[in-house]
Design a binder for this molecule. Structure first.
Ligand code: SF4
Ligand code: SF4
Length: 339
């Protein structure tokens, strides 16, 4: 199917009649994923500052509310069943949802808040014709036109997009939009663009998990964290990080339970009521962040919890670059070398 760029605004407005539509929008100097309101202009093609995980797992969400009265206790769940379209997100963000699926719906647990949103959300991603210098998706199993997690993939053909259905849900979605079919020439052009695309930086993670297996007590961690400020920007902005905290907010006889993003980079995250903290310094917290993404997640779900989006690199105030950290880890002597 073909979508002319000049028709995007009208298309999103029409979609907004049936769905809650998220798309990248320029706001206060940043590109953010926002719900499209009438007249809002999507900034398609730009990378969003915050990751698309917030569509399924919001930064702050009410889980349920309660009221106590003479009649007793009344509770209301806040499961969000709104039909949603995420339009124009990056393929790495779409792929991150596959990774998050493992966490929020597995053999032991289903997070109904996440899974309900997931079931009701159509993901329309936009391939990256020009990856940024901080991107390394191809090193972690993705790619600028990777379709993991997407229902529809858009390919930028200049004045128009070619829209390819990836899933049955995506096919059904596209069929409702009354779009013209793509011609053979347009399909060939799209294939050519896909073939040419490359992530701009490569990181060799072969054997990394095995390397980390022997590194828990390695002196490498002693220095790595020294300039880290513990601000947690790297984890808040990471599409695969999913730590959260739950709090009750109550006033008189009314209240609600809320879930908020949290971060393993904060000392408070692991502070016990006794005052003991098993991760007392940046050393243990940085080690945990790395180990979780490249060792524990691999052991638990057979996948690396990093999609190479580069947000942690772009937004770290002290320029700690995870690509460099991975390369340094690969170069460490652990006494049991891997190929
Ligand atoms: S660790 Fe960094 S590069 Fe990897 S997915 Fe998270 S923010 Fe992106
Ligand atoms: S963004 Fe940089 S300074 Fe902030 S917690 Fe992460 S590594 Fe540390």
């Amino acid at each position: 199917m073909i979508i002319n760029k000049r028709e995007i605004a009208g298309l999103l407005e029409n979609l907004a009649k049936e769905y809650r539509v998220y798309a990248p929008v320029e706001k206060d100097g940043n590109v953010l994923l926002e719900v499209i309101e009438e007249g809002a202009e999507a900034a398609l093609g730009a990378a969003t500052k915050k990751p698309a995980k917030e569509i399924l797992f919001p930064q702050s969400e009410e889980l349920f509310s309660y009221q106590l009265s003479d009649e007793g206790l009344r509770m209301e769940d806040k499961i969000d069943k709104t039909k949603t379209v995420a339009f124009g997100i990056r393929p790495c963000d779409a792929k991150s949802m596959i990774l998050l699926d493992n966490v929020f719906h597995n053999d032991q647990y289903e997070d109904v808040y996440y899974t309900t949103r997931r079931k009701n959300t159509i993901i329309v991603s936009l391939g990256c014709s020009e990856p940024e210098s901080t991107c390394f998706c191809t090193s972690v199993g993705g790619g600028p036109f990777n379709t993991d997690g997407s229902d529809v993939l858009l390919i930028d053909l200049g004045e128009k997009y070619l829209a390819e259905a990836v899933t049955d849900q995506g096919k059904e979605f596209l069929s409702k939009l009354n779009l013209p079919e793509a011609g053979e020439e347009e399909k060939a052009e799209a294939e050519g663009i896909k073939k040419q695309a490359q992530a701009t930086s490569e990181v060799d993670i072969t054997g990394l998990k095995e390397k980390l297996d022997g590194m828990f007590e390695h002196p490498y961690w002693d220095r790595l964290h020294e300039k880290c400020l513990g601000c947690a920007a790297c984890t808040y902005l990471c599409p695969t990080c999913h730590c959260f905290d739950i709090a009750d907010e109550a006033k008189d006889k009314n209240g609600c339970r809320v879930r908020n993003w949290d971060s393993c980079m904060f000392p408070l995250f692991t502070l016990h009521g006794s005052g003991h903290n098993p991760r007392p310094s940046g050393k243990e917290r940085w080690r945990q962040r790395l180990m979780h993404k490249f060792k524990y997640f691999v052991e638990r779900y057979n996948a690396t919890a990093c999609v190479g989006c580069g947000r942690c690199i772009k937004n770290c105030p002290v320029n700690l670059d995870i690509r460099q950290v991975l390369a340094e880890i690969k170069a460490q002597d652990t006494g049991s070398e891997v190929s």
